[in-house]
Design a protein. Sequence first.
Length: 116
Amino acid sequence: QVQLVESGGALVQSGGSLRLSCAASGIIFKINVMGWYRQAPGKQRELVAFIKGVGTTDYADSVKGRFTISRDNARNTVYLQMNSLKPEDTAVYYCGTPNFRGGTNWGQGTQVTVSS
């Protein structure tokens, strides 16, 4: 059974930094694409960043240069380092990975709130 557990969300001031973590189990982590997504109130869930098993990464334009996704295959964990946070980054952040049914396995989410 796939399980994704996010942590690290908090209330932070504009310009601050946070590091989110997502611990995975039940998958062959080192070959899985791992993604960070976010959903703000009243908005659709959007992809923030993803990292492939070989380490290739990509980011949403809104976070390029501020966020960094990384993975530790020995720990089955993916991270999202968020710097220069803005109020518009406020959202619930989810970890996700594709499943064999064509859908996505999700974690429970972690709240990030950026105050102005």
